[in-house]
Design a protein around this ligand. Sequence first.
Ligand SMILES: Nc1ncnc2c1ncn2[C@@H]1O[C@H](COP(=O)(O)OP(=O)(O)OP(=O)(O)O)[C@@H](O)[C@H]1O
Length: 215
Amino acid sequence: MAGLRLDGIGHRLLAPVDLTLAAGELVFLSGASGAGKSLLLRAIADLDPNTGEVWLNGEARSRMTPPDWRRRVGLLPAESCWWAESVGEHLPRARTAAATTPLVLDWLARLGFAPDVLSWSISRLSTGERQRLALVRLLAQEPEALLLDEATANLDPASRDRAEILIETYRQHAQAAVLWVSHDPEQRSRLSRGLDQRPGGRAFVIQDGHLEPES
Ligand SMILES: Nc1ncnc2c1ncn2[C@@H]1O[C@H](COP(=O)(O)OP(=O)(O)OP(=O)(O)O)[C@@H](O)[C@H]1O
């Protein structure tokens, strides 16, 4: 089946979870600080020890190499990690604007960046710039599912709106299942209406070590 299926995925604070996200479906995740939301996303990405299996479009995680899995199921952590000197070095085939795909340049523009951002040093980036650029870096890997941890938490309202539109456009275009940790009820209500104005958007909460549908 197309989409992302969690089959008994659990971690040290969370009882095993069974959850299926259809291709292109957006599902929200909330819960108190420290409830274990980030740990669940990390468990799905197989970054920490975890139980269970995850299926992407019918393919088992255990049958893929970890780098392959993490490219196909892209995690946007709350705090992004950068390892090279410049922004462009973090994007596939994109050290310079000339070598950058038009799609990535378009995404950068949608988030308010001119092509010269590729030459910017990582050390000069503001928190919000890091968050927006981490999103472009993630999408440039063309993931088939997205795990978003407070993807817009550091952004002003205008930047937040632009990031939401980009994520929604990608979700619909790529038919990517999206599991989105968000504490912001207004964001969830905005996004659950969707760009196509259809109602939708299931929401779950982690409470007392269990994942439950939000009432
Ligand atoms: N490597 C670790 N070793 C020990 N405890 C950890 C580790 N990583 C996370 N924790 C703890 O596990 C709990 C859940 O962490 P997690 O990051 O999943 O919380 P969260 O639900 O995402 O919270 P927030 O909304 O504050 O980001 C926290 O109490 C955290 O301190």
